[in-house]
Design a protein around this ligand. Sequence first.
Ligand code: ZN
Length: 202
Amino acid sequence: MAKLEVLKFPDPNLRKKCKPVDRVTAELVQLAQDMLETMYEHRGIGLAAAQINRQVRLIVLDTRRPEGDEREVRDELGVPELEKNIEQPLILFNPVVKKKDGKITYNEGCLSVPTYYEIVERARLIEVEALNQEGKKIEFTTDGLLAICIQHEIDHLDGKLFIDRLSPIKSARIKSKIRKFGYGSRDDAEDESQDEDSELRL
Ligand code: ZN
């Protein structure tokens, strides 16, 4: 089992800016596979290399509903038109948002900020350019949860967390609360059952 450790706020390593990948090597593809495995184990829908302390521009995503997952949180967004046509899981190196349109809000969570959820505003529709695991340039347009998740993960590569995107007062309040109390028993990231946690982590 290749489970990687997921860093949690306020770990300073989460603030480092990640470097573009020159070439997609076998080692990086293996890393991406290990990240997917780690993400699934934590029941996340996205993971950025920064979160496992590798400062490379790599994100992995899977916003499909896993078998047996009865949580209704995905229904909020449905499966929008463009998202459903994209083959997942996705492994993206050097992802860049080339174009964005519209606005959407979603109650975001994060594997690096377990048990906290806040409404964040993102672009509704995005055009993405990246390298796939064969090192080939790909371009696609998506909406829905996948669009939100890609924007959240790219933020990680720039050292940014969703709690930085809240109002200054809210952001400061959450950060000081975590610094003071940690995640305590609310942190069920180590607990695979996660019965009480019905939201999605990006
Ligand atoms: Zn996150």
